[in-house]
Design a protein around this ligand. Structure first.
Ligand code: FE2
Length: 200
């Protein structure tokens, strides 16, 4: 059973003007789709065919001869997760238990946002910014290229894609403006809270 490109959790116009349908047409319709297609080609006829995406990622994450497979599998996972990290009318402050945990870990929402933005903007080249749970502690981290916290034993709660393909059509070279718009208008805090609840 081959992997399929999962549906977006909202219409491709739902996040405008912060994230355009034109960006989705390339980022989801071309980039994400290519990772799915490449993954299917790379596992076809191997013992990884039929395994879950997470199982494939964990099986090849530490194997330097399987970098291409890891990159495509991880990018499928990262993008599917990223789409759910955004929602129409999102962003701003979280509420409830998540808000208290962010205050405890970072001092305040403002300090969290400052650290998240600096980390995502500061990632040199292509990669991802994350809020993760690391041994029970909330942390902001970034990863290069296709790397992901799951492969490093951390639980991802929130991510932003900072590859240029994620923002260039809407923000050109202004990565800080994209990260700010993500924080102010796009973050799906309910998804983040659900991820935290699942992590126990
Ligand atoms: Fe991307």
């Amino acid at each position: 059973m081959a992997f399929e490109l999962p549906s977006l959790p909202y219409p491709d116009t739902a996040l405008e003007p912060y994230y355009s349908a034109r960006t989705f047409s390339f980022h989801y319709g071309k980039h994400h789709k290519a990772y799915v297609d490449n993954l299917n080609k790379l596992i076809a006829g191997t013992d990884l065919e039929g395994k879950s995406l997470e199982a494939i990622i964990m099986a090849v994450a530490k194997d330097p001869t399987k970098t291409g497979l890891f990159n495509n599998a991880a990018q499928v996972w990262n993008h599917t997760f990223f789409w759910s990290c955004m929602t129409p009318g999102g962003g701003g402050r979280p509420t409830g238990k998540l808000a208290s945990l962010i205050d405890q870990a970072f001092g305040s929402y403002e300090k969290f946002a400052e650290q998240f933005k600096a980390t995502a903007v500061g990632r040199f080249g292509s990669g991802w910014g994350w809020l993760v749970l690391d041994k029970g502690v909330l942390k902001v981290v970034s990863t290069p290229n296709a790397e992901m916290p799951v492969a490093q034993g951390q639980v991802p709660l929130l991510t932003i894609d900072v590859w240029e393909h994620a923002y260039y059509l809407d923000y050109q070279n202004r990565r800080p403006d994209f990260v700010q718009a993500f924080l102010d208008n796009l973050v799906n805090w309910k998804f983040v809270a659900d991820n935290l609840a699942k992590a126990g």
